[in-house]
Write a protein that binds this ligand. Structure first.
Ligand SMILES: Cc1cc2nc3c(=O)[nH]c(=O)nc-3n(C[C@H](O)[C@H](O)[C@H](O)COP(=O)(O)OP(=O)(O)OC[C@H]3O[C@@H](n4cnc5c(N)ncnc54)[C@H](O)[C@@H]3O)c2cc1C
Ligand code: FES
Length: 315
């Protein structure tokens, strides 16, 4: 089996430490898996050093197997006692569908780089609204928890298409002073979009200091427009296509306040009132044909592909 290369940055007292380790051991072993729907699933993998270094708002770049694409995934949770990192993944294309098929308990990811990106700024705010749309519900959770730990009054707003897609309700309720679920079909909570939840929170509270919104670009754009007239600081987490994750390739270029930024090193968090979301959405769609082709080819050959290696007692 090939050695696993990991690079874990530790943010300690303002410094960034880059720690490398190589070898097999139990690093990146998948110790839990939960399926939230036909396309959304959670994996929890072991890496004590990474779990210690992780901060809310950061992401990792995952190489599920030796020959796969490297894909960025947000750290949805981390447990320093158990030494684990949790990812919530939506199977939208070749690599994520491969992971959905292969990432079972006992299997091992080939490589993970991280934590990457600038950690979210958890300032001392009085009242904060943490908004997650669809899959964005998972990455906003560590921020909601961190704000709660910092003493803030936390209002959680999550949006799903319908009741059967809802996940982590208990986790949010445990860290939120108020919690609003919005569903498109009204099968649970408010019937409507997260922006309806934001409007109702703003009506009820005239002292909101900050809104954090994570989800599909259109949802983050609409959330920023909902808060703009009220001049409430609004932070979004951008998800442009990333390649190297080090600020070298330019793949993740985004426009913020008319200036070019690289989401992998300058973000992924940015001021939602200054982001050019139309540019982001255009750039996200530029490889659609290649992505469709990759899924088609993979589907034809997936039965021949090798599953991820399983951990053994020897490591
Ligand atoms: C900082 C960041 C955090 C992210 N966190 C999560 C997460 O927690 N869970 C999750 O399911 N997804 C997350 N994504 C998106 C995830 O990386 C893509 O869905 C994944 O790369 C798609 O790969 P694919 O081969 O399955 O699909 P493809 O068919 O290749 O792509 C499907 C769509 O995903 C996007 N995409 C493709 N390649 C990349 C790439 N290299 N980088 C970013 N986006 C890409 C494009 O919009 C594309 O249309 C995140 C992206 C970024 C940038
Ligand atoms: S991913 Fe290459 S510059 Fe950000």
């Amino acid at each position: 089996m090939c050695p696993i290369i990991t690079a874990a940055k530790e943010h300690q007292a303002g410094a960034t430490v880059l720690a490398h380790s190589a070898g097999t051991g139990s690093a990146f072993e998948i110790v839990a898996r939960e399926d939230f729907s036909d396309v959304t699933f959670l994996i929890e993998f072991t890496h004590p050093q990474m779990a210690r270094a992780a901060r809310p708002g950061q992401f990792v770049i995952v190489l599920p197997h030796e020959h796969s694409e490297r894909i960025p995934l947000t750290i949805a949770d981390f447990d320093r006692d158990r030494g684990t990192v949790t990812l919530v993944i939506q199977a939208v294309g070749k690599t994520t569908q491969e992971m959905q098929k292969d990432c079972c308990v006992g299997a091992r990811l080939f490589g993970v780089v991280g934590p990457m990106g600038v950690p979210s700024h958890i300032g001392s705010v009085g009242k904060v609204v943490c908004v997650g749309g669809g899959l964005g519900v998972a990455p906003v959770f560590p921020q909601a928890r961190a704000f709660k730990e910092s003493g803030a009054y936390v209002i959680g707003i999550v949006g799903f298409r319908s009741r059967d897609l809802v996940f982590w309700r208990d986790k949010f309720e445990s860290v939120c002073d108020e919690f609003i679920i919005c569903t498109n079909d009204g099968s649970v909570g408010i019937k409507g979009l997260v922006t309806d939840g934001i409007d109702s929170a703003i009506k009820k509270h005239d002292d909101i200091d900050e809104v954090i919104a994570i989800g599909p670009p259109i949802m983050m754009k609409c959330s920023a427009e909902a808060t703009r007239p009220h001049k409430i600081r609004t932070t979004v987490s951008l998800n442009p296509i990333m390649v190297d994750g080090t600020g070298m390739c330019g793949g993740c270029r985004v426009i913020v306040d008319g200036k070019q930024k690289f989401a992998c090193v300058d973000g992924p968090d940015f001021d939602g009132h200054k982001v050019d979301f139309d540019d982001l959405m255009n750039r996200l769609g530029r490889f659609t044909e290649e992505e469709k082709l990759a899924v088609r080819k993979w589907s034809e050959h997936c039965h021949q592909s090798e599953p991820l290696p399983h951990s053994t007692a020897e490591g």
